[in-house]
Ligand binder design. Sequence first.
Ligand SMILES: [Ca+2]
Length: 481
Amino acid sequence: MRVCILITFAFIEAVSLFSSPRPALERPNVVILFLDDCGYGDFSHTGNPSIHTPNISRLVSEGLNFPQFYTASPACSASRYALLTGRNPARSGFNWVLGPKAEKHIHTREVTLAEGLKSAGYSTAMFGKWHLGNPNEANGFTSDALPLAHGFEYWIGSNVSNDYDPGANLIRSKAGGTSPVPGYEIIEENYAWNQELQGSLTARYTDEAMAFIRNNRETPFFAYVAYGMPHLPVHASKEAIGKSKRGLYGDVIEEIDANVGRLRSLLDELELAENTLIVFTSDNGPWIRFLDTAEHEMYGEARLNIGSALPFRDGKGSTWEGGVRVPGVFWWPGVIEPATVVREPACTFDVLPTVFAYAGVPIPTGRSLDGRDIRPYFNQDLYPEKLDSFRFIYTGASKNEVYGVRRGPWKAHVRLYSQTKSDYGFQASREKPLLFQLEHDPSERFDRASERPDVIKVLMGEIDHFESHLSSEGTFWQERP
Ligand SMILES: [Ca+2]
């Protein structure tokens, strides 16, 4: 008997040495994979016939797929703000895209995912496109504009999109660095035309994220991997070029897929899969403004180098569904059952309240949050609560103004905007909104406004409530002296 007990203790000790240091539900690691300008229909799991994305499909088959997933804005900066704060971009106090010379940036009073998780003992790092501010003459070269001021302990990536000429710089945080501001160094200045560098970044960001995960395997970590691709101009590495049936654009997406696979394999190798949540999504829809551009000085044959939002209308910049519908995949073997599909809508701004709940981080006070804690969608047995009906205020066109609203399956447009200048024969106003039942009619073809004044009344009430609350709450920028 005594021998048996000794063996048992020895076994327990051996198991504890080699198994994960934390129970699955306690402070999970978080990895967010965020693409730039991909289309909803650019992946094997969303039906693309010629782009092969087996690693993303594996996340889907092992995890949770939201076929009705939203990014919070059809534009880069606004959408990244919402992901990191859990708040509608209309609350940001800045315009939807922050160019290199923009005075404003994500305000230091915002509580970001990185800040919250850091407060709970996480190691935090970012790899990729920031696009939430730039130190420049207009803001007195403030370091508040860059990631270290917002909870990230390390960053390598671009300040803006990869096509700003001049203005797109590859930067990393560095103790003792001095450029563009103390704490950073510019690795490559004005890289928009540097094809070799552009083609190297998907792998480089992944390599750095993998090194970070290895170095922080014993503590909870947050890795925010914001690939610069497939934003125009698209570039892939030499190894990836020519591999896809879909041409260069497919090469770029397939290279992202291969790097998703590398990250996932590392979690297996380090035995961290049970403790790690991966979120895979994108900042906005495809840049169809260039659908008819056969030759572009920087973008090349742009019309073939942009993705597809099908089955949705329009793309980036627009509050038609193609601007804001994106892939939404959540993977966490310790909690999410394989091949879970949730056909209810959810949004990037749901990530913060959900992750904070798992990590034990209090929800930030003194501000409105738009995201919900969607843990019940991850596992109904663990979280039997019912979620509130989905509410989504579409904001867009440069100043993050209200363009529409969705509640349940119904969507009303009160303004229309498309970078292609097409309204598809429709008009919309506050007095005469358009109404679509998005689950019956995902491509927004049949206006039902005249049939359902009752629904219109409810939806307009949502907009009135949002706008009046927004104007009384203000933004952190307005409160500044
Ligand atoms: Ca984008």
